[in-house]
Design a protein around this ligand. Structure first.
Ligand code: NI
Length: 169
């Protein structure tokens, strides 16, 4: 089932998400829906807070569903290592119409649980390292504009507020 994606300004997006204590049938259903929602959008990553669930779970698939081996589902993810720095433009399904150049690690190793409760490690560079950091940020209540400074950030936030006020957001 495709779930509605919440946008910048919704409370769950700006709050620290809770640790998953038990991988229940509801969590399985949520993860399945998140994958479907991500593919439909389409996007390469989606965090649970983006569908209004304030828990530490995300899905990533750089192949957009074209290669089933590309799907990563992680519960309670944590960084093991981050190194280097890359500057690339990125966007977010919760901030449609906006993007900006954001500094991210060039390479990252992350660990978490799969839906069976087994510990999994993933190492990625480039776009995958960027996706890891982007989705981890969501779990900490942070979106990419929060990584920007000064005028760049203000400009995007002001435009969003204007859209919210006019009911177009
Ligand atoms: Ni995002």
């Amino acid at each position: 089932m495709i779930r509605p994606i919440v946008k910048y300004g919704e409370e769950t997006l700006h709050r620290h998400a809770a640790v998953v204590l038990d991988i229940t049938a509801d969590i399985h259903a949520l993860a399945r829906d998140m994958v479907e929602t991500m593919y439909a959008a389409p996007g390469i990553g989606l965090a649970a807070p983006q569908v209004g669930a304030p828990i530490r779970l995300f899905v990533i698939d750089l192949s957009l569903g074209h290669d089933h081996r590309g799907l990563i589902t992680l519960v309670n993810p944590e960084f093991v290592e981050r190194e280097g720095m890359q500057l690339e433009e990125e966007g977010c399904l919760s901030l449609p119409g906006f993007n900006a150049t954001v500094a991210r690690p060039e390479r990252a190793t992350i660990k978490g649980l799969d839906l069976e409760g087994h510990e999994r490690f993933y190492t990625g560079d480039g776009l995958l390292a960027r996706a890891f950091q982007h989705e981890m940020d969501h779990l900490d209540g942070r979106v990419f504009v929060d990584r920007l400074r000064g005028i760049k950030r203000d400009l995007i936030v002001r435009r969003i507020r204007k859209q919210i006020r006019s009911g177009k957001w």
